[in-house]
Structure formats: structure tokens, C-alpha cells
Design a protein around this ligand. Structure first.
Ligand code: 4LM
Length: 411
């Protein structure tokens, strides 16, 4: 079946870019693992290198498997083109290296995934690129700061780990007046819940390791945008600067994951809403950050730019850092692990784990609370997820602990 781009999301996720009839009727696309591709002649090979024909050349420049996945993903992200990479960091670094040169400025939001922050701080900066962190939840801060030297504005939304939202449309109204790209990390939402390009962003990146793959069995990334930008990132950032090329086997796993993205995301959202409501009402929880809660400070923006609230929750307990760690250690079904978007519910302590690339001082400057916990709500039965959290509360918040912390509730 040939799928038109106006087909529904779920139909595209299953069919776009592939025609079984052209592949011996094979329902599942073949996996291409060849590293190199033979030509009929030197002349044909030379023309391929000049971009004068569409022959495959070498797997670092693309394979039939990658091409098919990229076409499918471009449709899902409502992009002209997409590029698949060996990891989310591969996609982010291949894109950034392609877009900036010494003397340029990158403006990034304050709160970023730890390795992205580390790349900006220890990678780009050491190559003579100025990096400025602004609180981009306030788009005026961008308007006040942006200059002709600013070539890239970068943000996650929601941000990892603290669930701050960035108004993509407002930022794009500012960046479009400059020779500057707006690049959004859409990992937390996936194209099922948020479409940054339709809101005015120029480039969207993903860790496909998370919800897109969805089963914790692959590492991959995507960047999507205009054909011109993606061609440039492929031929420069990916081919020459990072070489972060995905294997054919992982392409196949990622195609399998994408087929069920819409079904999984619906359940992630449903479960996360219930877990967030439970946490929000618990006497042991100081703050719950989840866009689907009425007390979420940016709920209006969430409703404007997200189609649902997602599967990620951040929360802080009425507890010391040690007690928070004991709470995590006392969970029985929920696993203490980094990564997110898997079928399994995962919890972690960003300050010690995913965001340990920030110093203690930087965590505070970048609005990442050292006692924050991050929960990736999985696909288990909701009652089992909540029961596990309840029993861990009980084992940590014994009467004795509450008395010591001064939080004992009088009967
Ligand atoms: C984690 N995250 O948070 P690869 N962008 C965002 C991310 O959360 C991540 C990446 C990019 C976590 C990994 C351990 C918003 C990763 C980087 O890990 O390179 O696919 O993606 O737990």
C-alpha cells in the first residue's frame, strides 16, 4: 500500500515509505547490512559521488534500510526529510557541528539532558563557539539577547528532567528574523504528541532510544527538517564529523518499535496521568511536575502545543536526599535505571545519574533540583505501579523517619 502523507499518524507509522509488492511481498522490510555498494562502471560510481544519480555508495552515506526508515520518520515529523543516526547524541552532535563555526553563538535553554549540556560546555565551547544559557521559558529573554552571531537556538520541551515547557511558536517568531535555526529536542513527546516543525522550528532531534524504539533494545537518534538542511547534516555532520551511523539491525528494530508508537504513547499518557495524580495527592510528595495536572504552572502552553501530557513525571519528596534515595532503593517492580520511554517503569535520581555532568553549583544555576526524582511511567497495570510506590513510601516514611524529619502527621 502506498501511503499518502495525509494518511493518519498510525497508518503512516505502519506503512509509510515501504511497498511490500516491490519487495517480493515481504511484509517486513528487508535488513540491508552491506557496508558497500557495487557499480556497473567507474563512470557510474563517479557520477554517484557527484550526486548525479541516486545509487547507494557506502553505508555511512545511507542504505536502502536507512532511507526507508528516514522517509517514514519524515512523514511522522511532518518534515521534508529526516536522517537516522546511531544515537540521540549522534543526531544532536552531527546537527550542531553542521550548523555552527568558530565565532558563532549557540543559545540553549538552561535545563538540558546531561550529555547535551556536556557537549555544549566541553565540546562546542572548546572549539571557539560561544554558548549562552537562557531561561527560554521566557521568550523575551531570547528577544533581548539574540544577535546576528546567533546561529542556533536549542531547547528540549518538556525539558529533561524538570518538565519545563518552551513555547516553540514564540521562539520561532524571534529566530525567523535572523539567520538562525531553532532546533528542538522532541524526545519526551515524540511526533505523536508534539510537532515542533509545524510550530515553526527548523530542526527537530530525537533520542530514538526512548519512546520511538520503545523496548529498551536499541540506541538510535533522528534529526528532521528541510531537505537542504538534512542533506548538509548527512554529508558533513554525519559522514565526516561524527560517523554516527546506525546498523541495519537497529533500523529493523526501530521500524518495529515505530509501528506501535501511537498505541504505546496513549497508554504511557493514561498511566502517567494517574500516577501524577496519585503523587500530587500524597502527603510524602512536595511537588509533582506533570503537564496533565491542574496545578502545572504551564498547563495552558501544554494544551496549546502538546496533544497529550506524555509519560514522564518529575517529583520531589518531603525528604532529604538520603531518604529520596532510600525510597528509590525500596521500590520492588519499578527499576532504578536511566533512559526512558520503555515498557518498564523506570526511576532515577538525575543529580546522581543522568545530570551528573553538571556540578552541584551548575545544577542549581540550571534549575535542576538536587533532590528531584524522575519517573518514566511504563506500560504495566496502573494498580501495580501505584502499589509499588505506596509500599516504598511505607518502608521509607516510617513513623520514626517522619519524627526525625519533623514531618510526622498528627492523628
Ligand atoms: C536519559 N537521555 O535521560 P541517546 N536528548 C534527550 C535525552 O533524554 C537523551 C538524549 C538526547 C537519557 C539517556 C541515558 C532529551 C538521553 C541522548 O542516549 O544518545 O540515544 O540520546 O536517561
Amino acid at each position: 500500500m502506498k501511503v499518502k502523507s495525509k494518511a493518519h499518524f498510525s497508518t503512516q507509522a505502519i506503512h509509510a515509505g515501504y511497498d511490500a509488492k516491490l519487495n517480493h511481498g515481504s511484509l517486513i522490510p528487508p535488513i540491508h547490512i552491506s557496508s558497500t555498494y557495487a557499480f556497473d562502471s567507474v563512470e557510474q560510481g563517479g557520477a554517484a559521488f557527484q550526486g548525479e544519480n541516486d545509487r547507494f555508495i557506502y553505508a555511512r552515506l545511507g542504505t536502502p534500510s536507512q532511507q526507508m526508515l528516514e522517509q517514514r520518520f519524515a512523514q511522522l515529523e511532518q518534515a521534508e526529510a529526516a536522517l537516522v543516526c546511531a544515537s540521540g547524541m549522534g543526531a544532536i552532535t552531527a546537527t550542531m557541528w553542521s550548523m555552527v563555526k568558530p565565532g558563532d553563538e549557540v543559545i540553549a535553554d538552561l535545563s538540558l539532558y546531561g550529555c547535551t549540556y556536556s557537549f555544549l560546555e566541553h565540546g562546542l565551547k572548546s572549539f571557539g563557539i560561544k554558548v549562552t544559557y537562557l531561561n527560554l521559558t521566557d521568550s523575551k529573554s531570547l528577544a533581548d539577547h539574540i544577535s546576528p552571531k546567533t546561529k542556533l537556538v536549542y531547547s528540549e520541551t518538556p525539558s529533561n528532567p524538570n518538565m519545563r515547557l518552551i513555547d516553540i511558536e514564540s521562539l520561532s517568531q524571534i529566530t525567523q528574523n535572523y539567520d538562525c535555526k531553532l532546533m528542538i529536542d522532541n524526545t519526551y513527546c515524540t511526533p505523536y504528541l508534539q510537532n515542533p516543525l509545524a510550530l515553526g522550528a527548523d530542526l527537530v532531534v530525537h533520542s530514538a532510544t526512548k519512546y520511538l524504539g520503545g523496548h529498551g533494545d536499541l540506541i538510535a537518534g533522528f534529526v528532521a527538517g528541510s531537505q537542504e538542511d538534512i542533506d548538509h547534516i548527512r554529508m558533513y555532520g554525519l559522514k565526516d564529523m561524527t560517523g554516527a551511523v546506525i546498523s541495519g539491525f537497529d533500523v529493523s528494530l526501530l521500524l518495529r518499535g515505530l509501528k506501535t508508537l501511537h498505541v504505546r504513547m496513549d497508554r504511557h499518557c493514561e498511566n502517567a496521568q494517574k500516577v501524577a495524580e496519585f503523587l500530587d495527592q500524597s502527603e510524602h510528595v512536595k511537588h509533582t511536575f506533570y503537564p496533565g495536572l491542574d496545578n502545572f504552572p504551564q498547563q495552558a502552553l501544554a494544551k496549546k502545543q502538546m496533544h497529550n501530557s506524555g509519560g514522564m513525571i518529575a517529583f520531589e519528596l518531603h525528604a532529604s536526599r538520603d531518604q529520596a534515595a532510600r525510597f528509590v532503593n525500596n521500590l520492588k517492580m519499578i527499576l532504578c535505571a536511566v533512559s526512558l520511554g520503555d515498557a518498564e517503569t523506570l526511576i532515577q535520581h538525575p543529580a546522581s545519574m543522568t545530570h551528573s555532568t553538571y556540578t552541584e553549583e551548575e545544577l542549581l544555576q540550571h534549575l535542576i533540583s538536587p533532590t528531584l526524582l524522575r519517573l518514566s511511567v511504563g506500560l504495566e497495570h496502573i494498580d501495580d505501579i501505584i502499589a509499588d510506590i505506596k509500599q516504598a513510601f511505607q518502608s521509607v516514611f516510617s513513623d520514626e523517619d517522619l519524627a526525625v524529619s519533623g514531618l510526622a502527621i498528627s492523628a
